[in-house]
Design a protein around this ligand. Structure first.
Ligand SMILES: Cc1cc2nc3c(=O)[nH]c(=O)nc-3n(C[C@H](O)[C@H](O)[C@H](O)COP(=O)(O)OP(=O)(O)OC[C@H]3O[C@@H](n4cnc5c(N)ncnc54)[C@H](O)[C@@H]3O)c2cc1C
Length: 288
């Protein structure tokens, strides 16, 4: 159920709409979550996995995934890691500041298709925010899904995003008493961490899943997604049930400019969420 480009009906997709920052939450040393409200017009309804183009006036515009609850569209929630000029400006915004928003754009997680089966969600670092709307959706419709696992890896314990929600999800995602749906690992244990240490893929071999009924959703650095796909395939999950969200440099976000071309696909309109068979030939090549 890929539904490319679904910007708000009646809106010019190239015209940013002003949104006001109602809350800026410092998640970690380099990650901020912005809660935004439309200054006029309808709230921005979206599907889990979609992204917007956020424009800091006078600085520039970047693609950022929506990290909020799709059932609560009144507030647009986006989580940003500071890596360069525009993301730094976004991370400095505070209550009352205004940003331009275009979108939502792109394809979404196959949550309809996944109904009735098990779901494995694999996130590396800043990959968790684009998956959070899918988690919220599953929680809203918990009875429609079987076993749900979130595997999350971060560099250090201080880099873990949404730690309070991770604890809550351990209970709310559980399919049975005592189940352990949220499994977290860090590359480097620091500050009294007594959880798992190692790469997120090390959590996959021990997952009690029924591979033929499982859909996997993943976001993280490309190298992490390549290893994740390899481990999930070893578990016997069919390739067509493996979905990933890709990142590429983007300008227009509606398939005109070609900046985000990835093999035969434009990440902005064919992605960012793509089934693995569609990118198999490209993800193993460098510089695509
Ligand atoms: C569909 C999509 C969804 C995205 N969702 C999110 C999101 O939810 N949260 C978020 O924080 N980012 C997200 N990104 C990445 C974000 O768009 C980039 O980090 C941003 O464009 C960087 O812009 P900049 O001007 O701050 O940095 P630039 O000046 O463009 O780059 C500064 C430096 O950072 C490096 N860099 C650029 N992008 C990345 C990156 N992704 N990771 C590591 N280094 C990078 C560059 O190579 C350069 O060296 C998404 C990208 C796409 C395509």
């Amino acid at each position: 159920m890929v539904n490319p480009i679904s910007y708000t009906p009646g809106q010019d997709p190239m015209q940013p709409r002003p949104f006001r920052v109602v809350r800026a939450i410092r998640e970690t040393a380099d990650v901020v979550t912005l809660e935004l409200e439309a200054q006029s017009g309808p709230p921005l309804a979206f599907q889990p996995g979609q992204f917007t183009m956020l424009y800091v006036f006078g600085v520039g515009e970047v693609p950022i995934s929506i990290s909020g609850d799709p059932h609560k569209p009144a507030r647009l929630v986006q989580t940003i890691r500071r890596v360069g000029l525009v993301t730094e400006a976004l991370c400095k915004l505070g209550r009352g500041d205004v940003v331009g928003v275009r979108g939502p754009f792109g394809s979404h997680w196959p949550l309809e298709q996944a109904r009735g089966g098990d779901v494995v969600i694999v996130a590396g670092g800043i990959g968790l925010p684009p998956l959070r709307p899918a988690i919220y959706h599953i929680l809203h419709q918990r009875q429609d899904y079987g076993r749900v696992y979130l595997l999350y890896g971060a560099r250090t314990p201080a880099d873990l995003l949404f730690p309070e929600e991770l604890k809550r999800w351990q209970h709310t995602l559980a399919h049975a008493p005592g189940a352990s749906p949220v499994r977290v690992t860090v590359d480097r244990a620091e500050g009294g961490w007594d959880g798992a240490v190692g790469v997120v893929t090390s959590l996959i071999p021990v997952l009690p899943i029924d591979p033929l009924r499982t859909t996997a959703l993943m976001v993280g650095p490309e190298v992490m997604m390549r290893f994740t796909i390899s481990e999930l395939r070893k578990r016997g999950i069919p390739e067509e049930n493996l979905y990933l969200s890709m990142e590429r440099n983007m300008k227009c976000a509606v398939g005109f400019c070609g900046h985000c071309q990835y093999g035969p696909h434009f990440i902005c309109k064919d992605g960012p969420v793509l089934a693995f068979p569609r990118v198999r030939d490209w993800i193993t090549r460098k510089e695509v």
